[in-house]
Write a protein that binds this ligand. Structure first.
Ligand SMILES: [Zn+2]
Ligand SMILES: [Zn+2]
Length: 491
């Protein structure tokens, strides 16, 4: 947890050399010289080699910007409690650059979908929400009809929403769906992003597709992955496929599932809506630990590493609930991309050039393959203290796994909770302050950084961190895994 406060900006091991950019600029200056002496030529060649060897990330860093995005939100198209316009407006107003509305098993393309205003206790669309909708977007935009005492409003399609809200270079929408299944009592939810279709395995299903067959979770994930990949191939679009909230409802996804399905490259390290209490017998089994287990075994197998996403899983947008649990602003991603387009954002995420945040922002989260070093610089807020932890798993780690069985309760099926050794996901260096670096050691399978602050999170239900944080992605030596994965993506 947080140690005694330290002055921020405290000296770190690289004083005065926090960012690799000046190095790249120096190269440009040298190249402008036309009267190079022979000695300089050799020097220049060596320096150019060093700069090139420093990896794409140094050179590509020029011109990249950080874009803030939300990849998981719900509306009246499924079980959200707001019109899509209210969701989009909430994110746009809060300075987000991109948003993916990911309703359960539905894509918003039906031009004749109507939602009824009700006054009963469970009302999802109450007269108050309807009135605020009309007030915010105007009678010219809202389409409603009245049949006796019943009023309904037409849900706008993705195409209509895109035309109304997108603002080139400032705010974009990405299409998405939350593939929502219940397999023998276990919740299996994945978001696929940038594909404006419903894949076959959930076509025609309600907001949850219940499956009761002799199929394992890994087999279902493999089927989901294949269908999403096929859809992307037919549409010729890049995409993100992410496993959502692995601990919801109650440890429903185990690390082995993602070890078995290396084509799933993303998962939610932080989900604003996971509100189940942890099992007291498994206190060390956190979402961070889950991540390290998957990556320790993927590293050994030479498979692409799993990247972590922060998301709200937002359902509420009305004034009373927007700042509460399942509201807006708990967790998000910051993507380091060349432009605000789905293609550039997705390419950046596939190369691991993004981080997850639940409130801490970073100026820099960069891994340079030339020196196998991860550099992290916090965008510090006045009065807030930070600690930067570097986490690795070393080659030769103890692979032993033991299991705890949690018996079925009410609607929840029996869970088997896997516990792994402390060798996996060990913190190998901690720096109090706003800048730190870690150079991979020969036996490190990967390194990632986790930045904690002493500023409290707005909400903290169980697996949601109590303090605002940021998580960089894990990186391996030469980062071979992500290069392979980019090649494997459909164009
Ligand atoms: Zn879900
Ligand atoms: Zn969701």
């Amino acid at each position: 947890m947080i140690m005694a406060p330290v002055p921020w900006g405290r000296a770190t091991e690289w004083p005065g050399r926090r960012c690799p950019r000046p190095f790249a600029k120096q190269k440009i200056k040298t190249m402008n010289k036309t009267n190079l002496a022979p000695g300089w030529v050799l020097g220049f060649a060596v320096m150019l080699w060093v700069v090139l060897a420093a990896g794409q990330s140094l050179l590509a860093a020029e011109g990249l910007q950080w874009f803030r995005g939300q990849l998981h939100a719900h509306t009246y198209w499924s079980d959200g409690r707001g019109f899509p316009e209210q969701a989009i407006d909430a994110y746009k107003q809060r300075g987000y650059d991109f948003l993916c509305i990911s309703d359960h098993n539905r894509f918003a393309d039906n031009t004749n979908a109507w939602y009824t205003v009700t006054t009963n206790k469970e009302a999802r669309l109450s007269p108050a929400i309807f009135d605020s909708y009309v007030l915010a977007f105007g009678k010219d935009w809202v389409e409603s009809k009245t049949n006796g005492p019943v009023t309904s409003a037409r849900l706008k399609t993705y195409a209509e929403l895109k035309a109304k809200f997108e603002d080139s270079g400032h705010f974009i929408l990405m299409p998405g769906v939350e593939l929502t299944q219940k397999l023998n009592g276990l919740g299996v939810h994945l978001n696929y992003i940038n594909l404006p279709v419903v894949v076959p395995c959930i076509k025609g299903a309600g907001t949850i597709k219940t499956i009761t067959v002799e199929k394992t979770t890994s087999e279902l994930l493999a089927l989901n992955t294949a269908e999403v990949k096929q859809a992307a191939s037919e549409l010729q679009k890049p995409y993100i496929l992410m496993l959502n909230h692995p601990f919801w409802v109650y440890y429903d996804i185990v690390p082995q599932n993602l070890i078995d399905c290396p084509e799933i490259r993303f998962f939610e390290i932080c989900n604003g809506g996971s509100s189940r209490a942890p099992n007291p017998q498994a206190r060390t089994y956190t979402v961070d630990k889950f991540w390290d287990i998957v990556n320790a075994f993927r590293s050994l197998r030479g498979q692409p590493l799993l990247y972590g996403v922060g998301s709200d899983d937002a359902h509420f947008y009305d004034a009373k609930r927007i700042d509460g649990e399942n509201g807006v602003g708990d967790a998000w991603v910051m993507v380091h991309a060349a432009a605000l387009t789905p293609e550039q954002l997705i390419a950046a995420m596939h190369r691991g050039d993004f981080y997850a945040s639940s409130g801490v922002l970073l100026e820099e989260a960069a891994f340079t393959p030339a020196d196998n070093t991860l550099r992290v610089t916090v965008k510090a807020e006045p009065g807030v203290n930070y600690r930067i932890h570097f986490i690795t798993t070393k080659r030769g780690f103890d692979q032993t796994m033991t299991e705890i069985v949690s018996p079925a309760k009410k609607s929840l099926a029996t869970r088997t909770i896997p516990l792994y050794s402390d060798d996996i996901g060990r913190t190998v260096k901690t720096v109090a302050g706003t800048h730190a670096t870690y150079r991979l050691e020969a036996d490190d399978l990967y390194v990632r950084a986790h930045v904690e602050s002493d500023s409290r999170s707005r909400i903290a239900p169980y697996f949601h961190p109590k303090f605002k944080m940021a998580w960089t992605q894990p990186y391996t030596a030469q980062d071979a895994s992500s290069e392979k994965a980019i090649d494997a993506e459909p164009k």
